[in-house]
Design a protein around this ligand. Structure first.
Ligand SMILES: [Cu+2]
Length: 332
C-alpha cells in the first residue's frame, strides 16, 4: 500500500494520504450505517497515519478528512460549556454519545483547532466524562470562526476526523496567509522545510530542526513520534494528520535533526503545515505555508487559482513570514 513507508537513514518514514475514502453521499444521511465496504479513514489517527490509499485522491465520491461534521453515523456536537472551556460529544450510529474509544498515539481524543484564516492552530487532548462529554480548557484563542477537528477512533469502528465550525464573538481582523517559505522560527528553534508537496501523488517533505545554528539531535517523543504534521488546506480546511511509521526506540529512528514525511495533497493549492515537535520538555509548533502543484514550490507562489499564493508584497503584514501562530503556544 504505502509507497512511502520505507525508512531510510535517520529520517522518519511517514506516509499519509489525504483522506480519500469518505463517501460523499453519506453526509446527507449521517445516521445511516455504511452502505459500502468499510474504508480506512483518511486524515485520521489511523495506524501509520491512515495511509494506504494511494491513487484515489480526488476521485469523485471521496473527500479528505475533517470536512464533515457527520460521517459513518458519527456526529461531532459541541455542547454548552462554561466560559473558558470547550466541550463536545461524538454521537454514534445509535444517536447516543460515544463513550468507548481506542487509544491512538497515546490519546483517545485529539482535538485540533484553527481559525478559518488558518491562524491560531492548537492541538490539545480533552478529558472525557463518563457520559461521553469531552472537555478541555478552550483552545479557541480569540474571536473568529474556528474549525474544530475531533480525531479519534471509536471502539469497534474506524479512525475518523470530524470537523465543526465554532464561532467566538468579537471583532476579528482576519490575517492573510503567510507567504510560502522554507524556513520558520519558533521559540528560538529554526525549522527548515525541504521538498515540494504535490497534488495527487506522494512527495517527501523533510523538516530539519536546529537551535542556535546547531542541529537538534535529541528530539523527544511526543505522542509516540518525533514529529506530528498537520496540514490544512486553504479555503475549506481539509485536514491531514501525518504519523510516523518509525517510532522512538525502534532502533532505527533517530531523534532529529531531520523528520521526514511523505504526503500526498488532494489538490493543487495552498496549505498550512503545522509541525509539532518536542524538545526540552516543551512541545512547539513550526508553521509553513506551502503550495502544492506550484512549479517550483515551496517558496514561489502559484501563478493561478490561489489567493494565498500571493507574493510577499501581496501579504501586507511585515511579520507574515514569521507565521501567525503564537510562539510556544501550548500543547497538552
Ligand atoms: Cu493529539
Amino acid at each position: 500500500m504505502n509507497t512511502a513507508t520505507k525508512l531510510s537513514g535517520f529520517a522518519l518514514g511517514l506516509a499519509v494520504v489525504f483522506g480519500a475514502t469518505y463517501g460523499v453521499g453519506r453526509v446527507a444521511d449521517p445516521v445511516a450505517p455504511p452502505a459500502e465496504a468499510p474504508h480506512e479513514a483518511g486524515g485520521g489517527h489511523g495506524e501509520d497515519g491512515g495511509a494506504g490509499h494511494g491513487g484515489d485522491n480526488g476521485a469523485a465520491g471521496h473527500l479528505p478528512g475533517g470536512l464533515l461534521v457527520s460521517d459513518r453515523g458519527y456526529t461531532l456536537r459541541p455542547v454548552d460549556a462554561p466560559a473558558g472551556q470547550f466541550a463536545f460529544q461524538v454521537t454514534g450510529p445509535d444517536g447516543r454519545a460515544v463513550t468507548a474509544y481506542d487509544v491512538a498515539h497515546d490519546k483517545r481524543m485529539h482535538l485540533i483547532v484553527a481559525r478559518r484564516d488558518l491562524s491560531g492552530f492548537r492541538h490539545v487532548h480533552p478529558e472525557m466524562a463518563p457520559d461521553g462529554t469531552w472537555r478541555v480548557d478552550s483552545p479557541l484563542a480569540g474571536p473568529g470562526v474556528w474549525r474544530a477537528f475531533a480525531d479519534f477512533t471509536p471502539t469497534g469502528g474506524e479512525a475518523l476526523t470530524l470537523g465543526v465550525d465554532v464561532s467566538v464573538p468579537g471583532a476579528l481582523t482576519a490575517r492573510p496567509l503567510p507567504a510560502p517559505a522554507t524556513s520558520t522560527t519558533v521559540d528560538g528553534y529554526t525549522v527548515t522545510l525541504a521538498g515540494a508537496p504535490q497534488p495527487g501523488r506522494t512527495a517527501e517533505l523533510t523538516l530539519t530542526v536546529s537551535r542556535d545554528g546547531a542541529p537538534v539531535t535529541d528530539l523527544e517523543p511526543y505522542l509516540g513520534a518525533y514529529g506530528h504534521l498537520v496540514a490544512l488546506r486553504q479555503g475549506d480546511l481539509a485536514y491531514l494528520h501525518v504519523h510516523p511509521h518509525g517510532e522512538p526506540g525502534d532502533g532505527r529512528t533517530r531523534p532529529g535533526p531531520e523528520v521526514s514525511f511523505s504526503a500526498e495533497m488532494p489538490s493543487a493549492g495552498a496549505y498550512r503545515l503545522y509541525l509539532d515537535f518536542k524538545h526540552g520538555g516543551v512541545v512547539r509548533t513550526a508553521e509553513f505555508t506551502v503550495v502544492a502543484g506550484s512549479p517550483t514550490a515551496p517558496g514561489v507562489p502559484a501563478t493561478t487559482g490561489s489567493p494565498a499564493a500571493g507574493t510577499p508584497a501581496a501579504t501586507s503584514s511585515p511579520t507574515a513570514d514569521a507565521g501567525h501562530g503564537v510562539p510556544g503556544h501550548g500543547h497538552d
